[in-house]
Design a protein around this ligand. Sequence first.
Ligand SMILES: *[C@@H]1O[C@H](CO)[C@@H](O)[C@H](O)[C@H]1NC(C)=O
Ligand SMILES: *[C@@H]1O[C@H](CO)[C@@H](O)[C@H](O)[C@H]1NC(C)=O
Length: 584
Amino acid sequence: MSRRGKMERAWILLLGQIFMGAWSLSREEKGPNFVLMMVDDLGIGDLGCYGNATLRTPNIDRLAQEGVKLTQHIAAAPLCTPSRAAFLTGRYAVRSGMAGYGKLGVFIMTAASGGLPEQEVTFAELAKQQGYATSLIGKWHLGLNCERSDDFCHHPNRHGFDHFYGITMTNMRDCQPGHGSILYMISSHIPTRSIGVAIGTVAVLHVLGVISVTRKMLLCFSLVPAVFLALFAVVVFTYPYLNCFLMRNQEIVEQPFLSENLTQRMTHEAIQFLQRNSERPFLLFFSFVQVHTALFASAAFRGRSRHGLYGDTVEEVDWSVGKLMETLDSLGLRENTLLYLTSDHGAHLEEISSNGEVHGGWNGIYKAGKSTNWEGGIRVPGILRWSGVLPGNKSIDEPTSNMDIFPTVAKLIGAGTPEDREIDGRDLMPLLLGEVERSEHEFLFHYCNAYLNAVRWRPANSDSTWKAFFFTQNFSPENSTACLHTHVCFCTEEYVTYHDPPLLFDLSRDPSETTPLTEREVPDFHAVLDVMRRAASRHARSVAPVPNQLSLGNQLWKPWLQPCCSTLSQLCTCSRDDPPEGGD
Ligand SMILES: *[C@@H]1O[C@H](CO)[C@@H](O)[C@H](O)[C@H]1NC(C)=O
Ligand SMILES: *[C@@H]1O[C@H](CO)[C@@H](O)[C@H](O)[C@H]1NC(C)=O
């Protein structure tokens, strides 16, 4: 090569490097891409990397090995709707009105008017404003409509997600015929004892001749349960048609949805999203519909695990995680994508199928499960991988929260968090990078619906992690750690026992919360509780009153809000789920 040729080549190389440098700088300035994965109802004890020896989760285990594993990652609530509201906004669900005051803590009808209020800011909204492509694939469970069946006031598209493919409600047993959990819920609301007492009293009075019940009256009275039963049958029969549908953006593409291959279809949709957006920053929230009941797994996974259908679904979820990792690798996005995997709360221990098969997950050494604030209800997997930035094979035992993702994303994309409201999450990066040793969460508050149930305190000057319960839910049967009679544990007065002084545990010594501590074991017992009580009331004062999105009125089925992709006489059925080629 001539001298001139060499010079030219060097010049081109230099220019190229400057150009590439500027390009990667601009990408860097924009922050990484995000793939945030949330599994529904997954127990911390279901994953290999958290100690399970028989359920196979090789892809998730690899994610943990290549990244940071949080061992004290805490869901902001032990139920789907409030936990997800808190995750998306970085705020306890009471602040947005997404924590109920009654028994029911989640939405169970699509035609309910409650949902994540418009003025709440999600991390997707922040990312969208910064030029990110944003997508939610999978479960939403934060409302749909307000006033009409197509105003979509609570829809993911209104909360920062450009693209949506999934279900706006939750997967329910009732989505598959003959599995009804609605049955449990409604029947737990029937005051059977009072009805029995009333009938008995009337019968006795009749026999004693105090009153006389005529045949006509008897007929009228028996009409009430008959009408009730008929209504009940209608609800159970129509439930899957009215509540279990799949949407692409604001169009219903399948009603009711076919679950069998749903994880596969969602995975395919996610891969397409990643491919479409590989040249620009993106944020994908992949929200698994599994492993909530009704369980389903596609043919390739059915009957393969050592833990029945439940294990099969977990293994399919793991396969899906592997597919997303593989796609990022093949697109060359491994180094500038932050992956996160968690569960919305602990495993649902009451999920025993009608033939006695265990359909709920495993919470390892942690007590109780979903719907409680014992560690089994709120301690969830928390795995973060960002190759080349975060350390690999690292485990952190400090308290962190699923609300931390909000400020972490905000900081990384240079968006800043809204200043006109309380943000309860904390930026995770300093802890993940090892710049600080201690979590910024000195206190975490554990809510049972809208009721402050317990406080966690990690004092700066000690190794203890205190947890104090103001009340605990009554288990049924009593010697279990679940509420089998009601399917979930409730938070209202008649279902709980109040504690004064609060029940105190030190999680650093008793992570399974087996024995409450007494004054004898803890010399400064009262001082510790005092600090926690004061923190609780300080926190309570910071919660501004807002409209209750889960009030009875906002939970009720409102026919005029009911989405239906055909006509009522066609039972709202349709099936046109053809993924579009390219484009959003
Ligand atoms: C699921 O996928 C399998 C093979 O990929 C196919 O044979 C089966 O028909 C699909 N089931 C549904 C319900 O689409
Ligand atoms: C692994 O998970 C399964 C399914 O949830 C559970 O039955 C089993 O007890 C777990 N095993 C261990 C060792 O944690």
